[in-house]
Ligand binder design. Structure first.
Ligand code: SF4
Length: 518
């Protein structure tokens, strides 16, 4: 996998739905929902639909590429042919970003497990990361004589779901999905949002008991839809959006949709990064608006501004697109202009960027507007510094090509000091920028260290958000959020285990991911 810049990426968006009128086709809805989840992955996408009139009760279509590429939107006849070929009144869909391995069609979701018995035949799509992946995998390999083809946590989930169905099914009858996931929840550690369709025509959505990743749904008189983010439902024309609570399952059988609790929640741990960076700015997650969270982060940053900024010398430039509400609200609070001094080159395709080993991908991706930056002191507003490469290149680019006098970095996320084991692509300490400047995770960084960090990035000054501002900006209590990558406090046992391994690896100079080492 070649990274585009050093952006952090999340693994995947999921969606699914059922139409009450069985003669109608869910595929256009699935297409539209994953199109609106492309911020969560553009490497591959796919759908599985259920249609009892077909021999193939479940039919799966998946390919590498963006949603519009795969559904051939440039060619309406081909799009229509795909919509018709996979027609069904129920289905699930997925858009994928891979965090490891080469890009292969086989790794795209949904993962379908075909079986002659209808209750054992299902298709699955997944968003998250199973922290105890290695434990579950070893258990299957050593004790149960399994063979792994894909070596990813989706495969582990698929086998574990099948095993649980086998154990629970009595006299060849299909077990209750609530019972299946209540049994599985005792084994799984980590983030897992799932969409499942079975050959009996059951549609299922599951949110893990800690609720790391977002999942919402809408039930109206014609249809039930679910998706990772509310924007996907809103763009599909539904308004009555609700949030599946951590530990809840949505099950549609026939014309009835039920929401049930399948597992107790020891605590809630929504990923704070969803609001800070990942989620679509127009989404509302668990009743908290992404746009408002980013706007609040800008207000908080304005309170921390150490420079005596003024309109004559300073210009605020948010890094497009996710930093715009942060930058705009900071500028508003300080009475400064917020300008589009960096323009994102939206038409440079992903394949083009990945296919060329260009020296400076920042210049491929952004154009600096010298008419805004020349001779000015720039307040460059960005959402996070993960590996530091992009920030370094951006600062240099604005200074050299944009002829800015100074560049001051203002970062809406506090320093990222620890890896993520719950589905965000930053899983080793050595790849992170900030840890080497901190004596201890959870401690404040010294003024000298902050100056050193700014110097390393080529910036004149650097100011990070304070940890305390994150829950406040999102509008959640601190104990409802996962902030483990900021403070090292992992909300699950396997998160803690992997962090110990990651620290040990870091000391020994091992760059492998912690969950691949155990
Ligand atoms: S460790 Fe960080 S990125 Fe990962 S789930 Fe927790 S808050 Fe999100």
């Amino acid at each position: 996998m070649v990274r585009i810049l050093d952006e952090i990426k999340e693994e995947c968006g999921i969606a699914g739905g059922v139409l009450k009128d069985r003669t109608k086709n869910i595929v256009p809805y699935l297409y539209k929902m994953i199109l609106n989840l492309q911020n969560r992955g553009q490497l591959a996408c796919g759908i599985s639909t259920y249609n009892k009139e077909r021999d193939f009760l479940i039919l799966t279509y998946k390919e590498l590429g963006s949603v519009n590429e795969i559904f051939r939107i440039q060619n309406p006849k081909k799009t229509e042919a795909i919509f018709n070929e996979y027609k069904g009144s129920k289905g699930i869909a997925h858009t994928r970003y891979a965090t490891s391995g080469v890009a292969r069609k086989e790794d795209a979701h949904p993962f379908e497990r075909v079986h002659g018995r209808k209750y054992k035949w299902f298709s699955l799509c997944f968003n998250g990361n199973i922290a105890n992946y290695s434990e579950l995998k070893n258990n299957l390999l050593d004790k149960k004589n399994y063979h792994m083809i894909f070596n990813n946590d989706t495969e582990i989930l698929m086998h574990n779901i099948s095993r649980t169905i086998n154990v629970l099914s009595k006299n060849g009858e299909s077990p209750d999905p609530v019972e299946i996931f209540s049994t599985l929840a005792k084994k799984l550690d980590g983030a897992y949002n799932l969409g499942i369709i079975t050959a009996e025509g059951k549609l299922i959505a599951v949110r893990d008991p800690l609720g790391f990743r977002p999942l919402c749904y809408s039930i109206d008189k014609d249809k039930t839809l679910f998706a990772s983010e509310s924007v996907a439902l809103r763009q599909s024309g539904v308004n009555n959006i609700k949030y599946l609570k951590p530990g809840e399952i949505l099950v549609n059988i026939g014309k009835e949709t039920r929401i049930k609790r399948y597992s107790p929640s020891s605590r809630i741990a929504h990923c704070m990064f969803e609001w800070v960076y990942f989620a679509n700015v127009s989404s509302v997650l668990d009743n908290s608006s992404v746009y408002m969270a980013r706007t609040n982060l800008g207000k908080e940053m304005a309170k921390r501004e150490p420079l005596d900024v003024n309109k004559k010398e300073y210009v605020v430039i948010p890094v497009p697109d996710s930093s715009k509400p942060f930058g705009d609200s900071y500028a508003y609070e300080k009475g400064l202009p917020s300008r589009e001094g960096l323009v994102r080159n939206r038409y440079v395709g992903r394949t083009f960027i990945e296919g060329h080993n260009r020296k400076n991908k920042v210049e491929e991706k952004f154009t600096v507007l010298k008419e805004i930056t020349k001779g000015k002191k720039i307040l460059l507003m960005d959402d996070s510094i993960v590996r530091g490469n992009t920030s370094k290149k951006l600062v240099k680019y604005i200074k050299t090509k944009g002829e800015a006098k100074e560049v001051h970095l203002r970062i809406s996320c506090p320093p990222i000091l620890a890896p993520c084991f719950y589905g965000i692509d930053m899983s080793t300490i050595s790849e992170l920028f900030a840890p080497r400047f901190f004596k201890k995770v959870g401690r404040n960084v010294s003024k000298e260290a902050m100056q050193e960090m700014a110097k390393e990035l080529g910036a004149d000054t650097l100011v990070y958000q304070k940890i305390e501002s994150i829950p406040k900006a999102i509008g959640k209590n601190r104990d409802e959020l996962c902030m483990a990558c900021l403070n090292g406090n992992y909300p699950t046992k396997w998160g803690e285990n992997l962090y110990t391994i990651a620290k040990d690896n870091h000391k020994k100079g091992i760059k492998q991911r912690a969950y691949e080492c155990c």
